[in-house]
Design a protein. Structure first.
Length: 430
């Protein structure tokens, strides 16, 4: 039998897709592209915004319409957060929660026995343990996402993720060590540690995110380890001091900001001020040579005035982020913010988003052009013909031409230019 996965959302979802794919592959399934004919189409959904829910519904219906005789499976965050909405998507033959990803083979076998629709969505409960999960490969790539943390205890007023993912729980270090070993044996050279609230890794335990980095750093076959998205108030001085000990650690920090206005941050129930965020960024840039800081920036949150937005935009300019993901506020039912409504008109959100994107792109271009003539180390991950592309430790994309296969190699490169259309630096091998 053939199975195809269609994944929406974050790096954690991408990891969980790989995990489910390996479970099915080990059971004898052939994993194919979602563009091909398959017996099963598994949609791994996201629910962080209303747009994400819309994409989930559209894709469930599209796959059923295009493949009426195939079995459509819906899993991920959308059914977990909004089980009633997921159940109403009758085009999905199997509807399960992200809590049940490890049981996907069981649900498929149960459906095959009697062909009756299955809807089984277990809620996350306080005290749930970290669900055992590990992978041996990552879609035949050089870089692998590895989930070490799940859940969030923050309850930002706009966010449905604590409902969709439950409370903070962490992968044991020994389990991580074994997983990294298996990945390295299958050719993985870079580990990206990911989680729903990654910087909360180890909460309530006797280990933390720096210990997870050490596990990866200690594997002789792993060349690099980097972190996924982080929350600013969890990155302590002690964590920073630990991280700088590890030579394979990549100083690229994606630290969620959301707003540079203290009034908006308070309304969002974020747990820091703009000044505290700025202090952290300065500390990271002074501690790690060539550190890059990227972020998420929300515009049009409920009650955000034009003055609030201007203050926030000036903060973006002041920090000089190397890259900014800008998105408009999307009201999520069931959150604290949804009880107050959505006071900023859609066209205002779009105008603010457009302006913020323009500002952040200008900063990005200046930064990339400043790399000219620098000597950097690049780990090459992909190629088209003799054009190879990879990333520096601080995540600058670099492409070079080579007559030799350099996939999986970390090589010295001189930056010779920057292509704005591709957002990539052009270099020459030394």
């Amino acid at each position: 039998m053939k199975a195809a996965f269609y994944t929406l959302g974050c790096k954690v979802n991408q990891y969980e897709t790989e995990y489910m794919a390996e479970l099915l592959k080990n059971a004898g399934f052939e994993i194919v592209s979602p563009k091909e004919e398959a017996d099963f189409y598994i949609i791994n959904s996201c629910t962080v915004t209303a747009t994400a829910d819309q994409k989930t519904r559209q894709n469930v219906r599209k796959f059923k319409r295009n493949h009426p005789d195939s079995v459509i499976v819906l899993t991920g965050c959308m059914p977990q957060a909004f089980p009633e909405d997921a159940e109403e998507l009758t085009e999905a033959d199997i509807v399960i929660s992200n809590k049940a990803d490890g049981d996907i083979l069981k649900y498929i076998n149960d459906y095959n026995l009697n062909r009756n629709r299955i809807v089984n969505i277990d809620k996350h409960e306080k005290g749930d343990a970290f669900s055992e999960c590990s992978i041996n490969n990552f879609n035949e790539r050089i870089r692998a996402f590895v989930k070490i943390e799940d859940g969030c205890d923050r309850f930002c007023s706009y966010c449905i993720i604590p409902v969709a993912r439950g409370r903070v729980r962490s992968k044991p270090l020994e389990e991580l060590k074994n997983e990294v070993k298996a990945l390295a044996e299958n050719g993985i050279k870079e580990i990206v540690l990911v989680g729903i609230n990654l910087s909360a890794y180890g909460k309530g335990k006797e280990f933390n995110i720096a210990d997870a980095v050490k596990v990866c750093n200690d594997n002789p076959d792993i060349l690099r380890v980097r972190l996924g998205s982080l929350e600013p108030d969890h990155i302590t001085d002690g964590i920073i001091e630990e991280l700088k000990k590890y030579e394979k650690f990549c100083p690229q920090f994606h630290i969620s900001l959301q707003s540079g206005c203290d009034r908006t941050l308070k309304n969002m129930n974020r747990h820091y001020t703009a000044d505290e965020y700025k202090t952290l960024v300065n500390k990271l840039r002074s501690t790690f040579s060539e550190a890059t800081v990227t972020t998420d920036f929300m515009v049009g949150f409920n009650e955000e005035s034009d003055e609030d937005f201007r203050e926030s935009l000036e903060f973006i300019k002041e920090i000089g982020f190397e890259k900014v993901h800008v998105f408009p506020y999307s009201e999520r039912k069931g959150t604290a913010a949804s009880k107050k409504g959505d006071s900023v008109p859609k066209h205002i959100k779009e105008e603010r988003a457009s302006e913020a994107i323009s500002v952040s792109e200008s900063v990005r271009k200046s930064y990339m052009k400043a790399q000219l003539d620098k000597s950097v180390r690049v780990l090459f991950e992909s190629n088209e013909g003799n054009m190879y592309q990879g990333y520096t430790k601080n995540y600058i994309p670099v492409s070079v031409t080579s007559d030799k296969d350099i996939i999986g190699k970390e090589l010295n490169v001189i930056i010779k230019g920057f292509s704005e259309s591709d957002d990539v630096c052009r270099g020459e091998l030394i």
